[in-house]
Design a protein around this ligand. Structure first.
Ligand SMILES: [Zn+2]
Length: 262
């Protein structure tokens, strides 16, 4: 064994011991409950088992689950009724999880707690939900927050997710290519049309982004897909800036777009 091999082996052992010591001194917290974890992983096994990953037959366009009982002649690239009636402006949307009580807790911890400890795990789930989409992309773009909200919250959870995906997939990140031109009231509690009106004209391309978006194959990253109003508004301005294609990747999505005011 050469001196280099010996030192490399020693270095690897030290790193492993360091990780074990860190695990004992600072046990990681669950990304779902915030509780300290004793075993390996970043989420309690019984909670992980209850998470609903967005799988099964889905709409080729928006990624919504398709009911095999209704779409009995399922074919590849089948689209849902909503996309047939109104084709979204983005190319495709995919999500890792179905939005429910469990995934909501994970998102709230990320969104309001700024808990970054589970980001790599969440980003891996997102990449696994759309490996081709990520592999074929040339740029990762997060949905921006308006600076007033950024100041009050201190971080943008979509940028956290986008940066983790960029790092793991080795794709360039355009963190500030898109900006919010005005602060919009929260989308929560608004109808689909209300959400569309709320974000109309709210986004623009920054000076930084202008050169980078042309001909780019973009993966647009957000935390939750509800009606698609926000990602569609951003897709429009990305297309105006010359993007070749825009795909959407979110951590979670609602199972079925319902009127959120009810
Ligand atoms: Zn669809």
């Amino acid at each position: 064994m050469g001196q280099y091999d010996y030192l490399a082996g020693l270095n690897k052992n030290l790193r492993q011991w360091g990780r074990q010591a860190q695990h004992i001194l600072f046990p990681p917290r669950s990304i779902a409950t915030g509780q300290h974890l004793q075993g390996p992983g970043q989420i309690e096994p019984h909670i992980w088992a209850k998470l609903t990953f967005a799988g099964g037959p889905i709409c080729h366009c928006c990624g919504q689950g398709l009911d095999p009982a209704l779409h009995f002649d399922l074919v590849a690239e089948q689209t849902c009724a909503a996309c047939m009636a109104h084709r979204p402006v983005f190319d495709r949307a995919r999500a890792a999880l179905i939005y429910d009580d469990l995934s909501r807790d994970i998102i709230l911890r990320l969104k309001y707690g700024g808990d970054r400890s589970g980001l790599n795990l969440l980003a891996r789930w997102m990449i696994a939900a759309a490996p081709d989409m990520v592999a074929n992309s040339t740029l990762i773009v997060p949905i921006p927050l308006h600076y007033t909200r950024l100041v009050s919250r201190g971080f943008n959870q979509s940028l956290y997710l986008a940066a983790a995906i960029s790092r793991l997939a080795d794709k360039p990140l355009a963190a500030h290519a898109v900006k919010r031109l005005r602060a919009t009231p929260t989308q929560a509690g608004k109808s689909a049309n209300g959400r569309r009106r709320n974000v109309a004209g709210a986004f623009g391309v920054s000076r930084l982004g202008r050169g980078r978006l042309k001909d780019a194959r973009i993966v647009l990253v957000d935390d939750v897909y509800t009606t698609g109003a926000t990602v569609e508004a951003v897709t429009r301005i990305l297309r105006q800036a010359g993007a070749d294609r825009v795909d959407v990747l979110t951590l979670a999505r609602v199972a079925r777009p319902v009127d959120p005011t009810i």
